[in-house]
Design a protein around this ligand. Structure first.
Ligand SMILES: [Zn+2]
Ligand SMILES: [Zn+2]
Ligand SMILES: [Zn+2]
Ligand SMILES: [Zn+2]
Length: 266
């Protein structure tokens, strides 16, 4: 779930979100103006995910004009992390990504609490750190929101989640008043108290189990908190979310290690 932020000419902060499914092309015009997502300019660099460990990387396609990450020139490719500063032509971008992490012993998250449910984080909880404000939330608490709940942050959680699920063929539907689920007064099978006592209602967001034989409807917020689908017990939702938000980074691949691995590669 990566995105880039940049300063608009009027000083406001711009944001360019892109999907993991499609590498992002950065091109450069004659005058040195850089452009996101291709266009008429000369292709200069591409942001994609390395096949190994799924690390996001920027690849320099044209040695003539330099691409820099955190001030250092990129010869072939360089890994990107939270807050990496990317410079290409006269464009300065900052890289951000929403990731899911599991709280381990010794984690700095222990002793802090989630401001949605007001419970402390504990070992083996799955946590999302908002890429815009840096505040941690439980996975379930985060994905049930439309926007980041930190005052003033408003990171668009639901639209980003919808885009990432759509890239995997999973459609989130906002129920209309004449939707069959509403008309037939179907109830969500997830059984979350308070939400599911009532049948599905117009305006709610619904996901259908991607297992074609199942296709059972759930509230989006119920679905993202699930392990195996309770209707078919075949589709593992938590595994899907981990595959999207928890890039498979090996434990020894720290900040320093990553830099060294790139230099060895390049
Ligand atoms: Zn919480
Ligand atoms: Zn936030
Ligand atoms: Zn539900
Ligand atoms: Zn199912």
């Amino acid at each position: 779930m990566p995105f880039l932020t940049f300063q608009n000419p009027d000083g406001s902060l711009g944001e360019y979100a892109f999907s993991d499914a499609q590498p992002l092309l950065l091109s450069l015009h004659e005058q040195g103006d850089a452009q996101l997502g291709g266009g008429a300019g000369k292709p200069q660099a591409v942001i994609t995910r390395a096949r190994v460990y799924q690390v996001p990387v920027v690849v320099n396609l044209n040695q003539a004009a330099p691409v820099r990450v955190n001030g250092r020139r990129v010869v072939t490719l360089r890994a990107l992390r939270q807050g990496s500063r990317l410079q290409i032509g006269n464009l300065e971008l900052t890289f951000w990504e929403v990731t899911l992490q599991r709280v381990a012993a010794g984690s700095p998250l222990l002793g802090k609490r989630c401001s949605v449910c007001r419970l402390n984080f504990s070992i083996s909880d799955e946590v999302v750190v908002c890429p815009r404000c840096g505040i941690p939330y439980h996975k379930e608490c985060w994905f049930e929101q439309e926007f980041c709940p930190t005052p003033g942050c408003l990171y668009p959680i639901r639209s980003t989640l919808k885009r990432l699920l759509a890239a995997r063929g999973i459609v989130v539907e906002q129920l209309a008043a004449n939707s069959p689920l509403v008309v037939q007064q179907v109830r969500c099978m997830a059984g979350t108290p308070g939400i599911d006592a009532q049948p599905f209602q117009a305006g709610q967001h619904v996901v259908y189990c991607p297992n074609r034989q199942c296709n059972t409807a759930f509230h989006l917020e119920c679905w993202v908190s699930m392990g195996n689908c309770p209707a078919c017990s075949k589709y593992d939702v938590s595994q899907l979310l981990r595959s999207i938000f928890m890039p498979n980074t090996p434990p020894y691949f720290g900040e320093e290690g990553a830099e060294r691995a790139e230099e060895a590669q390049g």
